[in-house]
Design a protein around this ligand. Sequence first.
Ligand SMILES: [Zn+2]
Length: 348
Amino acid sequence: MLLSLIIALLFGGYEAPPEPTAGELLPVPVLMYHKVDVHGGGRYNVAPSVFRRQLEELRRADYYLINISDLVEGRLDHVPTGKHPVVLTFDDSDDSHLRFLHNGRLDPNCAAGILEKFCEKHPDFGHGAAFYCLAGSERGSFFNDYIHWREKLVWLLDHGYEIGNHTVTHPDLSKLTPEEIVWEIGSCQRLLEEAIGEREGYLRGLCYPYGAIPLTAEQYAACREGELDGFHYRMDYAVAAWGGLCPSPELPEFDGLRYRIPRIEIHETRGDGGFDVRWLTRFTNTYESSGACWESPVAIMLDWWRRLWAGEGRRGFGGSWLTDSLAEQAEGFQRSLKQLPPPPARYR
Ligand SMILES: [Zn+2]
């Protein structure tokens, strides 16, 4: 303090770098979501009404949405004093993440639709999320959408969200050869970058399928950097599937986690075997690994009514943008895949 005062007097205008505030040293939860679908509950799905409720619980517990690149690059100074940063991530580019209705409007029940409305209503909650995109998802394309997958990727970036690489076929990377890993990551990255074009400040992020972290140095190197038929990729960070809270990027232990950022799997309720947001808020605030959360029968009944009231019993047309025949859509996407170099022998 005294030293900086002397320096300030001597050199005038010198400003010491700001010390991280106590809030900036707190661990950051990086939440992992899969589908946000009205159908079914279970491990890989959170219903839209439950997702809305979780956002509300996070907001009430003074969380503030940041993007994954803010975490990776340690940009936490925009988080208001007294708020905890939190990162939302969505895996597998399911169509429940981003969907448009027949009239071209954003589906209010998809993840991006819910986030847009919630963040607009609550500007004190921040904004952002990362979507880890799988090139060959259920119906064989990003967002299960053969036609508008490029527009959807661009839409996400234009609206302040981030996208990342989740490979082409969702393999366990720890079981692949480096050559196979380069094909999986390089192919997905090439499709992503061809779709979004040049983007300033775009961070290349990898999401390990099944959270399976590479085991050998060669696999690890192929996950970070590689060249596929003249296309070069270099990942800036990678996210794991588990591991609990992520240490603050202001702390030295974060550096060792840049290529395996821990996340917390979010389910509908703690009863599903996963984390519920109410439990999470207690977990972060006390920074303890033990906790309990339960759903009372009354809460379950109320939730059932809420869903019915919200019209979630009736689902709209999922792929409402999909006007061409399924065969035509599949063909179009296959054409994009064909422009890629052939996969390693084991895949053929
Ligand atoms: Zn996945």
